[in-house]
Design a protein. Sequence first.
Length: 686
Amino acid sequence: MGQGLLKNISIKHKLLFVVIVPVLAILVLAGVRIYALQSETKSHVDTSKLMEVSIAANNFVHELQKERGFSAGFIGSKGKNFTDALSKQRKVTDKKRADFTVVYSSVDIERFGKKYNEVLSKALDDLGRIEEVRKSVDGLNMPLGKVVGYYTHMNADFLAINGSALFIVKDPDVLRDVSTYLGFLQSKERAGIERAVGAVGFSKGWNVSLSSRLLNLITVQDTYLDVFETYATDEELEFYHKKIKDESFVKTQKMRDIALSGKTDTSVDANEWFVTLTHKINILKDIENHLAEDVLHISTEHAARSFTERNIYVLVFGILLIIIYFMTSTIIKDLLGGIKSTEGIMTALSQGNVGTEIRGGERRDEIGAMARSLEILKQGLIEKSNLEEEALKAQARAKQESSQMIMGFAESFDSQVGGLIDSLTASSTELQGTAEGMRSVADETSQASQTVAASSEEASANVNTVAAAMEEMAASSGAISMQITAAKNKSNDMTVDAHEANETVGNLSSLVEGIGEVVVAIQDIAEQTNLLALNATIEAARAGDAGKGFAVVADEVKKLATETAQKTEEINARINEIQGATDASVLAMGRIISNISDIDQSITGVSAAVEEQNATTSEIVRSVSEASMGVQNVSQIIVEVQRGAGETGSSANAVLDAAKQVSNLSGELKGAVDQFLNQIKADDVA
């Protein structure tokens, strides 16, 4: 079914399908990759925005940590210490608060998800109570624990903003830096709490609760620092270790040792502790800023890289699509142009226009090969056209020669066979006349013999009364003599006619034999014509399409030759019948001639007897008995004459019938020959 469907699709659409499918696949892959890069770019941009918000929040938290410490020291000293420092710090804190507000207000916070917005909203809610807490601190109306707890809780909420970023960041490198950064922030936050707790301890004196609290803060700081050192880069660790070499870290450790020693009285002043821890926290802030810059840098760098990679993909795929478009359109245009040109050439050649110019043969591709094949086909068509033209000329010449040969054969056949048929017709007509004459002579002979028989009977009757009827006998003898003379004359005439009829039948037999020879010649000619037609058919088959016309003519000649052979066989059969009839006529005529000779001899004898009777009447008596015997002989002879006359009549009738049959056969033969010649002439004209 698929192949049947493809057969009904044009080559143009097939080529477009072949090109469009991989192009669509490339577009899909490119789209997927570009979308991934776009998402990655968006993620890095979001990370950069998150870090901007986080850095602003951390800067604000850093100042809140200071404010928390000053507030704790202020409450712990019952308002005696940190009054001016707290007032100044609140101003710095408010400035960082304003900076933070500007940063997060410029960012579409909603894009970071519900969890991030919930954490930020909680931190902002805590921040909304800061003025109330400050008033309580100034009036010493809020216990130290609640003051520190408020700032610590609020700082934790703002630091949680950084933790929420972990659910948004997807890049592993950025996620590692953010985790490092958050770990360090948590450690720094505990350092700020440590500063507040230490300020209280060194102000009011250390107890177990404060010492335990301080130890816990130190442990948590160390834990977060371990996490930081685990994920930090070499450069970040190098920067960190370089910064912690500051003297404030050494002094802080000494003060920790004093605070954790369990002594209630210390030589450490709370202001000194606060200043030292503040200096340390400021150094930690420098490290924090460095880490924040690293996170922001790597986020920005990855965002720029993803953006650049996305643009490169878009540019490369755009250029690739343009190249594919131009190459495809050029190739398809070239292929379709070549195919269309080849199709036009093939159409023109199929219509017999061999003058069509074959273009594209110089190409090295398949279209060029097709063009070269078409050139060969064109030359073949030209050669075929020339061969067909020559074949037509040869066919015309052969047809003309065949026509001339057939016409010559027809004329020769007409002159030979027509003359023989005319001679046969004339001879048969003469034979009819002769036969009719023979029949008339036979009738007359029969009548004469009957008369002689009657006279013989009378003579026989009168023999006994010879004496009484001598005169009548003399008269009868005279009459007999006259009848005998007449019979002899008739007998002589019959003999002559019989010989002439015999010669005519002989001539007829010769003519029939001549016709048989002509028929044999016609049969030979028909067989030769049939062989020539067969050879012409074979040659026409070898000539292929060019010999089809000549094959038709040869087939018609072959049919005519076959019909000629059939007609000659029919003529030969009729001739055999005529020859049989003529042979029978010859035999009958021989018998007629023999009988006539007998009659002639008998008549001669009768004539002699009558002459003897007329010569001497004196011997009549003596010869009565002999006369009686003679009369009896005459009667017998007359009977023979009558029988011979009857046979002559029968033979004459047979000859007449044979002559009529010969005449009819001659007419049929002439009609068949005329029809044969007319058919040959008509076929030759056609």
